[in-house]
Design a protein around this ligand. Structure first.
Ligand code: GDD
Ligand code: MG
Length: 341
């Protein structure tokens, strides 16, 4: 179903500190997952719901983001870029995009893989008196997220950002997707760093503005790809069909006939796999990689142009662009970046 709200602001200007050293090489929005940039999963979710004007709030490595994503035509959407010279925080970034807003809009954290009915969320927002509608998610461990407490009618009564536990036993957190009325922009100060989670949302609550939680009828896949562990977890889940519109594939390359490929794997084009290798399960390999004879690669993510020496063993490894692994070496649960990075 198409969403009655057709504009969104995607927040992708953060530094991605918890994903260093990977985010020294590439901004978080461009981390490859099944050989596509992380942010493309949100772009595609919006596109599938007819949300076709996407405002990309960029700052860190802004030029790289623009060059990689272009005008959005490959997803059938229009991408508009709004750049902060210095990151303005999650609310400051929305304020910075205000000139492009002319009605209710979505906003979302740009590091999520999410399968949610945006049409139902937008309709719930428009049918209520909410100034902001928060898409909520139940989680086992709330400590990495923003707890949002609602009353029985779904009206938000408290925000508690990243607390270890909640004495009431509540576990509905901020999924990072919002539907927002344009009047909310007036509550954000101009040109200073301002946070949605710790400033804007509590401000609106204190002013008595109507804020509502939305719990989707179906709990689709959701992952905040903010840490190495969640990056790896998302990689495995996507390979194993967490999103029914994403299918792993093997591109044109040179895979030796004696190599064993254990699904699921996603292999880009122009990859060379030598004799007697074992690739998979749960492996993604970027374009231009070269895997030497006899190497074993399992549960790993190789960005483009990596070299794996003969008889090397990789398990739970992330190789950033251009990384090299010595022949006969063993690597388990490591992040490897090129020597000169
Ligand atoms: N443009 C811009 N400018 N974007 C920013 C800035 C900024 O100054 N700061 C952060 N962002 C972007 C990040 O790039 C990221 O995509 C998003 O805002 C959220 O920042 P994170 O740093 O990933 O936040 P978090 O994961 O710790 O917590 C947030 O997400 C959780 C859901 O995954 C909070 O919103 C939590 O309440 C929420 O539960
Ligand atoms: Mg995050």
């Amino acid at each position: 179903m198409k969403s009655p709200i057709t504009k969104a602001i995607l927040l992708i200007g953060g530094l991605g500190t918890r994903l260093r050293p990977l985010t020294y090489q590439r901004p978080k929005a461009l981390l490859p997952l099944l050989n596509r940039p992380l942010i493309s999963y949100e772009i595609e979710l919006f596109a599938r719901h007819g949300v076709t004007d996407l405002i990309m709030a960029i700052s860190y490595q802004a030029d790289e983001v623009k060059a990689a994503l272009g005008d959005g035509s490959r997803w059938g959407v229009r991408l508009h870029y709004v750049e902060e010279q210095e990151p303005l925080g999650t609310a400051g970034a929305i304020k910075h995009a205000a000139p492009l807003i002319d009605g209710p809009f979505f906003a979302c954290n740009g590091d999520l893989i999410y399968d949610v009915d945006l049409a139902a969320m937008a309709q719930a927002h428009l049918d209520s008196s909410a100034q902001v509608t928060f898409c909520l998610r139940r989680v086992d461990d709330i400590s990495a997220y923003g707890l949002i407490q609602c009353d029985d009618a779904g009206r938000v009564v408290a925000f508690r950002e990243k607390v270890g536990h909640d004495e009431t036993g509540r576990n509905t957190v901020n999924s990072g997707f919002y539907a927002i009325n344009p009047q909310v922009l007036d509550a954000i100060p101009q040109n200073i760093s301002y946070s949605n989670e710790t400033q804007l949302f509590p401000d609106l609550l204190a002013q008595g503005k109507p804020l509502y939680g939305f719990v989707p009828a179906q709990e689709g896949y959701w992952c905040d790809v903010g840490r190495i562990e969640t990056y790896m977890a998302a990689h495995t889940s996507l390979l194993r069909s967490a999103l029914d519109w994403v299918k792993p594939a093997i591109g044109r390359g040179s895979i030796d006939r004696s190599a064993q490929v254990l699904q699921p794997v996603d292999i880009a084009g122009d990859v060379t796999v030598g004799a007697g290798c074992r690739i998979g399960p749960d492996v993604a390999i970027g374009a231009g990689c070269c895997i030497g004879d006899g190497a074993v690669v399992e549960r790993s993510i190789l960005w483009s142009e990596c070299t794996v020496g003969a008889d090397a063993y990789l398990s739970g490894v992330i190789l950033a662009c251009g990384a090299e692994v010595a022949p006969h070496s063993r690597h388990t649960d490591e992040v490897i970046v090129p020597q000169d990075a």
